[in-house]
Design a binder for this molecule. Sequence first.
Ligand code: FAD
Length: 384
Amino acid sequence: MSSSEITRDVVIIGGGIIGGSIAWELARRGLHPLVLDRQEAGREASWAAAGMLQTAPDNADAIPLVPLARASLALYPQFVEDVEADSGRDVGLRRTGAMEIFFSSDAARELSTFIALNHGLGLPAEALSLDDALEMEPALSPHAQAAAFLGEECALDSRALTDAVLAAAVARGAVVLAGVEAESLIVVGASKDAGARVEGVVAAAHRFTADQVVLAAGAFSSRLESARRYAPTRPVRGQMVALLSSAPPIQRVLRSARGYIVPRDDARPQRLVAGSTLENAGYEKRVTSEGVARVLEAAQELVPDLADAEILETWCGLRPDTPDHLPILGPTDLEGLTIATGHFRNGILLAPITAKLIADWITERRASFDWEIFSPLRFASPES
Ligand SMILES: Cc1cc2nc3c(=O)[nH]c(=O)nc-3n(C[C@H](O)[C@H](O)[C@H](O)COP(=O)(O)OP(=O)(O)OC[C@H]3O[C@@H](n4cnc5c(N)ncnc54)[C@H](O)[C@@H]3O)c2cc1C
């Protein structure tokens, strides 16, 4: 391939749910974005995800994320409607809520702490009697000790969503180039001076120039040396199992401290996905027997009849984690470089709000949400 220079309004590095959603939103606003992906777009974490739109925090680190998560969930119905219209595809949105199930001997106390925490964060969690829980989900384990219902949560097919978002972006005039790995940023001016700016990306012997570059390379964002100081992402592996179950179909996401089950359809036998592990295994994408065993154990604790389910598929993906486990969103001190990465366990949920905030910034230089705690500058000391 001979080297050349290609110019677009915005170059986006990474064609996962985040890069794809930003490209679509920018294209809807009349810009001409270009997405570069080092492989087929939409085949990394976004392809691996369970597809829960979970606003309830699963640990203390996730509490600062709740306002952003709720803002994104509020955008979701319209986001899905518009993506489906632009792409002509269905993404399998289920607005049936989620159930949190407690199994320990201390379940009653865990349930009241869970409800109090969620109410304190403005999330509509409701304690269920076990009879009500079993009536709502007849396949639920009789060993459940307590249950809560999270009525506003949703789920969808994350592979279908990512493919639909990319198709919608292309339908709106974005260009998605597969097999093109961004190798470095084109930085003009002394790199640590205030006047330095990014004018594009070097990839596969081409110069892709643009007024704006957005880094959305998921767990791989930290591999781009000139952007590492803003985006110190690291991969956290998650293993998943898809099952075909003849048990009574489950209507909604079922979750416990050990794992979750997400329905993919309402058929009988029913397709379900079960997850997941949280492993520090570097960039090694490997499904292990221990990982699958843990996922299946957690799924069977929730729904014992799944012991008889057929295993359809196993896979794993690399979540883009960050030092404080929060996403990295917004402009940097390098003019022309914006970061949208580090969505860790919530990138599917956070795609609509991320696309809106980054597009607002690029097109209007304004932030419609207080995103200071997610700033890329929180990691970037001047010496680094
Ligand atoms: C097992 C598992 C379950 C999950 N479940 C959920 C869930 O239920 N709900 C939820 O909200 N989130 C979930 N997540 C998290 C979610 O998947 C991620 O937060 C989200 O997919 C991140 O999207 P992304 O676009 O930033 O990254 P990715 O989807 O990883 O996309 C990054 C893209 O960048 C490309 N790329 C990388 N480097 C370069 C380069 N140098 N040049 C060009 N392209 C490059 C890659 O090829 C890739 O296509 C889950 C994740 C995993 C692994």
